[in-house]
Design a protein around this ligand. Structure first.
Ligand code: ADP
Length: 446
């Protein structure tokens, strides 16, 4: 191995300028850079040749190679992270805002970015690049945007203890937002206290003049952060500097009444927002106020939640279909039910698949899910993943199948004009297949 092939931060920075960084060889396109990372199941080093064949300009590996397109670094992951830290250190970002929580991170990020875009240049982490690898990649790929932005919004995800702490150290935000601490991914943590501590670690680097923004309805979070010396702001339904008071739907619009620092306000939002999404709206609005934006409401009615499969409501042939299959958790089902109760309909149907990543809590989670589902007139289980079967311990179901066509067929036979059908499962369950098939049948009148 010649020393010229060993990379350091400055050289890596130069070589990656204007290029996409990939860690999965299957998505490599001509001119991309491939970084070989060792995961729990696969070792990226085994895919360097594949990445180069697909057009990668070079690869980074901790294995020596005679191939001139393969650079050596003893720890490619560290190189990636140190390069991101270098970029952040040399960027003149005015405000760095970090957002985490069990539910609503992407929604809050999108709402906040939309509000702030009228007041300055905004960077937001794209898609769901929210991990210890995803965020450094987002930083490297968007370095010129970051160098001159006023507001940089980072979504922090966690799938194991220490993830948030790591990201907090890397980004060093001056505003940190913790939306909620629910049961999503709880199977990856030893107990609920560990999960709570993990999420609250987003506040650990905040200085006196920084701001922590969190859910005022959750006593556990309030007590966990009571000792923090930074400024603290709360949003919620019952307690907070910003309180969501009431909401309703009319003609595909959501009307929400809220109180911010004692002042009553009203917003009209395009489309149907569920109660959790309205809390996300509250968190984003409060964050904008903390940035001294006096009346964020001026722009709010143009915000359209810009993504599919997160409580997307449509009316096909007189039947309301709600696709909420981007993700699932008990709290997001609860929030959806509060909204479904307000939508006009004859009868309600729930088509549900498993809530994944619950580990030892799986049975308990699905029994709790069954209790929540008793709200619906009819329940259908999509059993492609079988954990959802435990719903039957606490709810009577009407039909179950692991075949999306059978589910669609059953719905077509049993639903009629005026009904509402709610689809919910974790992304890994791929419940969309049943929705697509049902929608096709409704549209074609099959
Ligand atoms: P995340 O990025 O944290 O995974 P998303 O914004 O993608 O969250 O939303 C995922 C799901 O959670 C959607 O079904 C959405 O309707 C629901 N949701 C969004 N915000 C909340 C909230 N504050 N409380 C409960 N559920 C929520």
């Amino acid at each position: 191995m010649s020393s010229s092939k060993q990379l350091d931060v400055k050289r890596f920075l130069k070589l990656t300028d204007g290029r996409k960084i990939r860690i999965d060889s299957r998505v490599v396109k001509i001119g991309d850079v491939f970084i070989a990372l060792k995961g729990t199941r696969v070792d990226g080093n085994d895919f360097i040749d594949d990445a180069l064949k697909r057009g990668a300009i070079f690869g980074v590996s901790n294995r020596s190679s005679d191939n001139p397109a393969v650079f050596f670094h003893p720890d490619p992951k560290k190189l990636l992270i140190e390069t991101a830290a270098f970029i952040l250190k040399h960027s003149k970002i005015k405000h760095k805002i970090a957002i985490t929580g069990s539910n609503g991170k992407t929604t809050t990020k999108e709402i906040l970015a939309s509000i702030l875009s009228d007041y300055g240049k905004v960077f937001k982490t794209p898609g769901n690049l929210n991990t210890e690898i995803g965020i450094p990649i987002a930083v490297l790929e968007n370095r010129s945007q970051l160098a001159e932005c006023d507001y940089a919004i980072f979504e922090f995800g966690t799938s194991k203890k220490g993830d948030i702490s790591f990201l907090t150290d890397l980004i060093n935000p001056d505003i940190a937002v913790l939306l909620n601490v629910g049961t999503a991914h709880r199977g990856n943590f030893n107990d609920e206290t560990e999960l709570l501590q993990e999420k609250c670690s987003i506040f650990e680097t905040l200085q006196k003049d920084s701001t922590a923004i969190t859910n005022g309805d959750d006593k556990r979070i309030r007590s966990m952060i009571s000792e923090l010396s930074c400024k603290k702001l709360f949003f919620g339904q019952r307690n907070g500097d910003l309180k969501i008071m009431k909401f309703d739907y009319s003609k595909n619009n959501t009307f929400v009444a809220f109180k911010a620092f004692g002042e009553m306000k009203m917003a009209k939002l395009k489309g149907i927002w569920n109660s959790g999404q309205l809390l996300d709206f509250g968190a984003a609005y409060l964050t904008a106020l903390s940035l001294k934006i006096e009346e964020p409401l001026l722009n709010i009615n143009r915000i359209i939640l810009p993504f599919n499969n997160r409580f997307s409501v449509e009316n096909i042939a007189g039947i309301i279909l709600i696709n909420d299959c981007y993700n699932s958790s008990l709290e997001s089902v609860e929030s959806a039910i509060k909204s479904i109760a307000k939508l006009k309909k004859e009868r309600t149907f729930a088509v549900v698949g498993s809530i994944l990543e619950q580990g030892k809590y799986s049975k308990k989670t699905h029994e709790e899910l069954g209790r929540l589902l008793n709200f619906f007139d009819h329940i259908v289980l999509y059993t492609k993943d079988t954990q959802v079967e435990a719903v039957q311990n606490t709810a009577n179901i009407d039909f179950k199948s692991s075949n999306p066509e059978e589910v669609a067929e059953w719905l077509k036979k049993n639903c009629r004009y005026g009904d509402l059908v709610y689809f919910k499962a974790s992304r890994g369950v791929a419940l969309e297949e049943a929705i697509l098939s049902f929608r096709r049948r409704l549209q074609s009148g099959e």
